[in-house]
Design a protein around this ligand. Sequence first.
Ligand code: F0G
Length: 435
Amino acid sequence: MTAELACISERCGAKFAITDVLYECPRCGSLLEAVYDAPTQSAAELKAIWRTRRCSNDPLDQSGVWRYREFIPFLDDYSHAVTLREGCTPLLDARQAAGYGGLDRLTFKHQGFNPTGSFKDNGMTCGAAQAVRLGMTRVACVSTGNTSASMAAYAAAAGLQPVIFIPHGNIAFGKLAQALEYGAKTIQVEANFDQILALVRGLADRLGIYLLNSINPFRIEGQKTIMAEMLDQRDWRAPDWVVLPGGNLGNTSAFGKGLRELKALGLIDRLPRLAVIQAEGSAPFYDLWRSVDRSHLKPVEHPKTLATAIKIGDPVSWPKALLEVTESNGVVEKVSEQEIADAKAIIGRCGIGCEPASAATLAGIRKLTVAGLIRSEDDVVAVLTGNLLKDPNYIHEYHTGVLQPMGGTRIVANFGNPPVVMANDPEQITAFLTT
Ligand code: F0G
């Protein structure tokens, strides 16, 4: 099996060794991706191998990423793999959310069930494995939350030193807490996500630190398995739509690549359409999608949204994401802060729950069914990318009616459920609970 790094630009087409430490093409500056020879097994054999591994006690087979290793064959020695049993996340039917979104039926693929609480674990297990293979000792990322928690955990598990850069005052506390607990050197920088990413790309080269943001092609490989696992759980029936939030657009790139490759391998017979949902105040990819000239993305200089996971004005993976959304005959939509907050409360009412960026999916579905683009009878899988506990302050503020975006209007708690303060008085409490 040959694995290589390839430039995504068709005009350039340069190829590099899989062990080169590269985040972009040294010839033309485009993004890179991992490419492989076709596996020796047939589609039916792969399905059988992957299904059998679900009953195995081997740590790699128990991982919802490494179980699909023939689909991401970039390692030549699996002793480099580090697993916290990532993936293995459920498909959950949500009747109330379906009704709210204008659908007969809706399934959530909930990546918040991952070890550190987000889909980042699917990618990070691969990024950390590659770092170990390359003999790196330190790894770094810029993050508004989930990436840092995930990288810190996988680096710690692999015996690497994690270094985290975060926009000062712009990280969810639950996530910062995880990074500190996992032993990451944590640097809060007075700049926004996009500015810090540019800074860290320079520092990584200078200091020989391996960069684990989503421009790292091995993270994308790991995130591809979210689609493989989803389809495996559906006995390889492709849905009509896969809906996901878009920030830096690594996940969009990964899902698109994964689905195309699964189709090429004969594991599915058609491509689901990708629907990428952005927050209104941070929607450069939506603007690009709507523009006639799609050759350049115009960054949003000061992105604004309470969904910090998708508060990204200059998404690095936009060229890959554009290709994938186009290829899948997909769509890009944007939703308001109010729409995100209400959709999030509805997902909570289903007993499922998620962090704000994830809820952009349901808000987007509601908009797209009203527009007639998604039909009520369509088979839709929405990917909830992170756990409800990422952002408890947001939740408390929503339910108590004080949630307010910076410089924006206060969110109306349309589905608010505030706690009630009462005296230590059984009569009063009884009266409250019987009315
Ligand atoms: N959802 C969640 C929960 C995230 O944490 C992120 C990214 C996204 C969606 C966006 O995914 O970038 O692949 O389009 N979080 C980054 C972080 C920014 O630092 O944790 P994308």
